[in-house]
Write a protein that binds this ligand. Structure first.
Ligand code: GDP
Ligand code: IMO
Ligand code: MG
Length: 430
């Protein structure tokens, strides 16, 4: 299998975990390159559900190397919980030869990052509340670009660690005390906390860039697993209602230290409709009974925070944008079963903003909030079979929906998902 990127083409939760699980059967390395445990990737195999926040979704297969690359922000406590759980289930045993490695350059999420995330959300006020997952992601990436972040490798240099903590904590304490009326942080406690976790992580820490480069040189197949989605990208998403990393294809190159030639296929994952969790514009949102029906049938509640996801029609303006900014070569269309039984299906083909037709995403967030969807209506479909060999095994109306999307986006739909299970999937070309 050629190297492939699997990433979200919408606002996250598109079904990346399911697709990565399926595609990683043929890949030897599965690499997470950005984000942190704000992600919640769900896999359903033989009826058993697994939700992964940090560990790549290839971990259910035998003989895989699951890599957490340098672009990730890592909460050691969450990571160790996930490792312990998978070990208990026998998935990380020596016999299975599946292992997890962490980049020595990955950034560490400290308890103060989580605290600041929460306080900012609580004190955000109108327009300032992003609706984050409160996992400390934003504050950790802030420290990274402000050049005061603490890397995994720093956990093994107690003196450097203390120096860095002293610098970080001085600033944090000023903010915590004077802006939020909170008690001061203790450097000693944080130092101890970091050293202890460093010991636990140690056997898994390495230079993942070298590992990935060797894999490339030896012709091993690599799957790059995205987290979040294109419209949550810190630069190209619906800023400021975004996450704090580059979720798009570009994030692979910066987050792993590989060049663009290392990628053959870039598959954008999209639901047959749209969801969003958190604040921010969402032109095709259905704030009505139909939206409620989709949420209930699609079990649209966050895999990380349990929050209800906002639901709406498929937005082809946003998806075309995703094709462009990621250089998508294909689409995987998920959760088609959720729309079964709805007689008319709408798709948004353009926006109308202040009386003008617009075919791309406006940069000004207020303008985006005023965007009204221009819809085209297609025929709905009835129940889908749980397995299929080709589009011809599926209702005619659904096949027409898939073909409409392909024409509109100019890329093929290579995978269609008709249920959460591994087997409820139609694999087409690629
Ligand atoms: P991710 O963050 O992109 O990996 O997606 P999540 O796991 O957060 O959310 C996707 C949800 O949809 C999970 O609960 C999946 O089990 C579920 N799912 C994936 N594909 C399908 C599908 O085709 N049909 C249905 N009904 N559920 C699906
Ligand atoms: P997966 O990988 C959906 C959203 C949050 C919020 C914004 C910023 O499961 O698709 P953050 O905690 O990152 O600072 O929150 O981004 N968000 C996600 N939405 N799926 C995700 O991950 C998300 N990760 C973050 O809801 O709007
Ligand atoms: Mg998710």
């Amino acid at each position: 299998m050629a190297n492939v990127a699997i990433l979200g083409a919408q606002w996250g939760d598109e079904g990346k975990g399911k697709v990565v699980d399926i595609y990683s059967e043929k890949s030897e390395f599965i690499v997470r390159y950005q984000g942190g445990n704000n992600a919640g990737h769900t896999l359903v195999v033989n009826g058993e559900k697994t939700v992964l926040h940090l560990i790549p979704s290839g971990v259910l297969h035998e003989g895989k190397t699951c890599v957490i690359a340098s672009g990730v922000v890592l909460d050691p406590a969450v990571f160790m919980e996930e490792i312990d759980e998978l070990t208990k289930r026998g998935l990380l045993s020596e016999k299975r030869r599946t292992k997890v490695v962490i980049s020595e350059r990955a950034q560490v999420i400290f308890p103060y990052h989580k605290l600041l995330d929460r306080l900012r959300e609580e004190h955000g006020g109108k327009g300032g509340k992003i609706g984050t997952t409160v996992r400390g992601i934003g504050p950790a990436y802030e420290d990274k670009v402000a050049r005061r972040g603490i890397l995994i490798c720093d956990l093994y240099d107690p003196e450097l660690l203390r120096e860095k903590l002293e610098r970080a904590v001085k600033e944090k304490n000023t903010v915590l005390e004077h802006l939020y009326g909170q008690p001061k942080l203790s450097i000693d406690e944080l130092h101890q906390w970091a050293i202890e976790f460093g010991k636990k992580l140690k056997p898994m820490v390495c230079d993942t860039r070298v590992l990935v480069q060797e894999a490339l040189a030896n012709g091993k197949s690599i799957l790059f697993e995205g987290a979040q989605g294109t419209l949550l990208d810190v630069e190209h998403g619906t800023y400021p209602y975004v996450t704090s990393s580059n979720t798009i294809t570009g994030g692979i190159f910066t987050g792993c230290g590989v060049g663009p030639k290392s990628l053959e296929h870039i598959v954008g994952i999209s639901k047959a409709y749209t969801t969003r969790v958190g604040t921010g514009p969402f032109p095709t949102e259905l704030a009505d009974a139909l939206g409620e029906q989709i949420r209930a049938k699609g079990a649209e509640f966050g895999a990380t925070t349990g929050r209800p996801r906002r639901c709406g029609w498929l937005d082809l303006v946003a998806l075309r944008y995703a094709v462009e900014v990621n250089g998508l070569t294909a689409i995987a269309l998920m959760k088609a079963d959720v729309l079964s039984g709805i007689s008319e299906i709408k798709v948004c083909t353009a926006y109308e903003i202040d009386g003008k037709r617009v075919n791309t995403l406006p940069a000004n967030i207020r303008a985006f909030e005023r965007a009204k969807p221009v819809y085209e209506t297609l025929k709905g479909w009835g129940d889908l079979p749980s397995t299929a060999k080709g589009l011809s095994d599926l209702p005619r109306e659904f096949a027409a929906y898939v073909e409409y999307i392909e024409r509109s986006l100019g890329v093929p739909v290579v995978t269609v998902s008709m249920g959460p299970g591994r087997e409820q999937t139609l694999m087409r070309m690629m």
